[in-house]
Design a binder for this molecule. Structure first.
Ligand SMILES: [Zn+2]
Length: 276
């Protein structure tokens, strides 16, 4: 699933190929991914330019010269691409914007859970979709203000896009590991230093993931993500990736928290003491 790091990578790509170029045609190959009727989209896109790109959490925005905004959500399997000739269109291209210089920008989505829709502004979309501040912009103080009144466990709160937008399942596990906080701690038990550690870990994990363009096998060996077994290439032919990068004899434990697969180091992230 495209998470914040993937969507930021897509945004940077779009920013490079699409900015300040007239859109000369809208090609819809599968209307299933449209959240706005095709004729309305065409009317608002053709003849216009993209003046800026933005992102909040997993949502990417193309600001149009008309003042309106095209909002892209990538669902389970969305991606972007560019091509020049019809026969070079990437497989599963659902929609393409044809630009004045001949380039075509593809919205690719094999599983079709992604959506393209027109919205009046980024702020309007953010409010309508109840999105909190982007995870890369949120400050330690904001995190503390939003989380410390909550008596529930931390991990589902961090996944809640209305508290902070853009933290997905593996990212939350990595953040909590780097911050040395157990996912089942109650939010109201965290002290200021822990909110600061949480904030620093969010920055570390997201900037690392973006700098590697979300290619997990290139992530540092100090990351927990390798224990998920999505790739073996960090430590080929060994089981090293199943152990804590800081405690080579402690195996990373897998459990389910709020119904989501969760990985922790039992030594780095001590379980909360049951006080009641
Ligand atoms: Zn550890």
């Amino acid at each position: 699933m495209p998470e914040l790091p993937e969507v930021e990578t897509y945004r940077r790509f779009l920013n490079e190929v699409i900015l300040h170029q007239a859109i000369v045609a809208l090609e819809v190959r599968d209307a299933h991914v449209l959240g706005t009727p095709e004729d309305v989209l065409r009317e608002n896109l053709v003849g216009r330019q993209v003046t800026a790109t933005r992102r909040i959490g997993k949502n990417c925005f193309l600001e149009l010269s008309s003042g309106q905004v095209l909002a892209l959500h990538f669902g389970m399997s969305g991606d972007v691409g560019a091509y020049r000739h019809d026969h070079d269109a990437p497989r599963f291209t659902r929609v393409a914007l044809h630009l004045a210089d001949g380039l075509r920008v593809a919205f690719i989505d094999p599983r079709k859970f992604g959506r393209i829709r027109l919205t009046e502004s980024v702020a309007h979309y953010q409010q309508a979709k109840k999105l909190g501040p982007d995870a890369l912009d949120v400050t330690a103080t904001q995190l503390q203000q939003r989380l410390s009144p909550k008596k529930t466990i931390l991990k589902p709160l961090l996944l809640d896009q209305s508290i902070t937008a853009g933290l997905g399942n593996w990212i939350v596990d990595e953040v909590l590991f780097q911050a040395k906080i157990h996912p089942e701690r109650r939010a109201n038990t965290l002290v200021t230093a822990e909110f600061e550690a949480l904030h620093a870990a969010i920055q570390l994990v997201l900037t690392t993931a973006i700098s590697h363009e979300a290619t997990y096998r290139h992530f540092p060996a100090s990351f927990l993500i390798h224990a998920r077994g999505w790739d073996e290439s960090a430590t080929p032919g060994t089981e090293k990736h199943l152990f804590c990068p800081k405690h080579s004899k402690t195996k990373i434990a897998k459990s389910y928290v709020g119904g989501r697969a969760t990985y922790v180091c039992p030594r780095c992230q001590p379980e909360p003491v049951k006080s009641e």
